[in-house]
Design a protein around this ligand. Sequence first.
Ligand SMILES: C[S@@+](CC[C@H](N)C(=O)[O-])C[C@H]1O[C@@H](n2cnc3c(N)ncnc32)[C@H](O)[C@@H]1O
Length: 365
Amino acid sequence: MDELPLGRVLHGNCLEILASLPERSVDLIFADPPYNLQLQDKLFRPNMTEVIGVDEHWDQFSSFAEYDAFSRDWLGECRRILKDTGAIWVIGSYHNIFRLGTIMQDLGFWMLNDVVWVKTNPTPNFRGTRFANAHETLIWAKKDENSRYTFNYHAMKGLNEEKQMRSDWWLFPHVTGAERFLMAGQKVHSAQKPEALLYRVLLASSHPGDVVLDPFIGSGTTGVVAKRLHRQWVGIERDAEYARIAQARIDAVSPEPYDEVCFDVRGKRRKAPRVPFSMLLEAGLLQPGQPLYFRKNRELKAIIKPNARLQYGEIEDTIHLLGRRLSNSNPCNGWDHWYYQGEDGDLAPLDTLRQKLREEMDGWE
Ligand SMILES: C[S@@+](CC[C@H](N)C(=O)[O-])C[C@H]1O[C@@H](n2cnc3c(N)ncnc32)[C@H](O)[C@@H]1O
């Protein structure tokens, strides 16, 4: 396919469909893959009613090796179709999330956060043999170590009473009652995710008009929220009935008309106060004589001069222009490519300090 079939749930195996999609064409991927739950026995509540969990054909793998091979294939394809500025969210439980995380790192994805979605109404552990499993984990990763990505920091603050959003998300129960998509009174999909979860994911890490892809779209939750937020979307689903239901569910959504001022939450970031590099020195967040490392490479270091320029061998230049020289004349945003060593010994991008100053400046009148 030369172009993405936007606004459609594609019916088929995501391995084949992803392979047919154009390289670097997608801004954001949300993936809720099979969990590989390996349920052996039916589970009953104390009153002997059966717990209807996820024990369906789409979740059957014969071994960890088979699951890993499948995961490596679809994650590899996802990385290929992501734009260089793209990012991926993968959600899972303790059954699969560690395997997926390892595979993602092996493929070159760069972890940004793991977010814990805490379920305020979890299914109890009826046998009393383990803790009640009350959360799922989302991995948020960018395409590689040096790539840029979208984070609507201020929008997240807006959702959190103007405090920095944290990685433990408590606010919404898993899908029950009104939100569960029902057909003829029956639960349609055992693994349907809450729209609130997708709302936060999409608002945090994409912009209106961006292309969001879900390779395991199930009942269509990702498409529903993408449409409400005016993102473009495409979904993949192997089960014909789910694919049909998801398309119908998403088609039934009529978002409020698009208005840039309202829907584009980058405004505040664009108007964020300008912070020149010299301000970090003056504020004492960096010291003259301190080394900075280019692209996290401890061999490639420059020294900060008191005049807020960098000295690299014989060359003296700004963080941006020296970065450009070190990148074969390609444009270089020094804030993202120069790293300083924090008190814990770890390297962090200069942009972290700039954000810190901006935070403080937010309180200035
Ligand atoms: C965990 S569920 C996703 C639920 C979805 N997030 C929602 O809110 O409804 C995983 C879905 O992936 C589908 N699936 C499993 N293997 C697949 C494959 N190889 N290609 C495409 N879809 C697949 C299953 O049929 C199932 O609907």
